[in-house]
Design a protein around this ligand. Sequence first.
Ligand code: ARG
Ligand code: ZN
Length: 412
Amino acid sequence: LVPVQLHSIILLHSTIVKVLSLTPKSPEHVEVLRNISTQFETSLWQPVSSEFIKAESAVHLFVPVNSSERVREKLRTHGITHEVLLANAEELVEMQTRNDSSDPRSSSTFYERYHSLEDIYLWINRTSQDNSASVKVLLLGSSYEKRPIYALKLSLSPGSDKKALWLDCGIHAREWISPAFCLWFVQYSLGFYGLNSEITQILDSFDVYVLPVLNPDGYRYTWTKNRMWRKNRSVSQNGRCVGVDLNRNFDANWCTEGASSSPCSEIYCGRFPESEPESQAVSNFLRTQKDLVQIYISIHSYSQMLLFPYSCTTEQAPDHQELLEMVKEAAQRIRRHYRNNYKYGAGAETIYLAPGGSDDWAYNLGIKYSFTFELQDTGRYGFLLPPSHISKACNEALLAVKTIALKVLQNR
Ligand code: ARG
Ligand code: ZN
């Protein structure tokens, strides 16, 4: 996500980290907020990049302790008022990394907690070993820092060369609910095959590829160094900035409006399409499987949206109407079952222009049913969604995946 209407600032004030929402009222305010977000050590939550800050549109910003005094001073001098979104973000960060395995409930709550990259690698191994008849581990490539990029292939029912559903998570490092969903999905599939009729029908008809952490270097970095990191960890040519936005690095109107060619930007598109080993790993695999993979779904957060192509142009995709019907039904079911609202539509008109995205690339490759889901929430906790919200967030997304897969089966 990088929503535009809300600008939020997470502010660290004294030793307390706060998330602030600020709404610039004048061009001067816009300028000041752009300067704060680029020159001070802060993390913009919304919009995704400082050039999108505009008057009368809220900004969410995360400000670490060491710059909080100077940020507050600047806001005061320019008469910019703020609203506190999160009074104690530090405690939330702590809550998310707490992983008490001595807790007797710890095995039953495994899927309701966030997990480090190392733990996710162990989980991948264990899941395939414990389910060797139905789960295979595929090594799709390796990251910039040479970490393996694994996908699980779920084949619950007999038959080779079944059509397939692809699910990837963790392309943006700080969106922790995303990898949590991939784990949730695998667990649910293995546990409810034969018990829940919808997942059974889906797994009888499709093989499912699940890539839990597309951006392992970035994900690890959010656990060890900077919770708000978004991009991968590749070092730019001049060596001064780190990271390419992997969801701007695919070959779909690459690096046009909505992406940046500047290596320091949060939406840096990279040196050329698929310049990054992580995006290459995914696109190389999907190119070899494109005749079998019928559904592509990429999981992000936050903002609660079900999106389909295009994001790289405001033009309508040829299958716009059919895709719209699918996400509309998914959003309706989420509203009925979980009383929660998801927006839906083509990416460019529903959030913003974002060229070089994996969904548009997959669509143009011929995978007609291509989607990006933005999971919970809409900004209350943002990227710091507490573990207690994981199950509801994942169940909503699961219902959307099921709805779409069943619709594809109906339509074929
Ligand atoms: N929030 C995500 C991003 O900024 C997804 C935006 C939709 N774009 C897309 N190509 N699907 O990358
Ligand atoms: Zn994202």
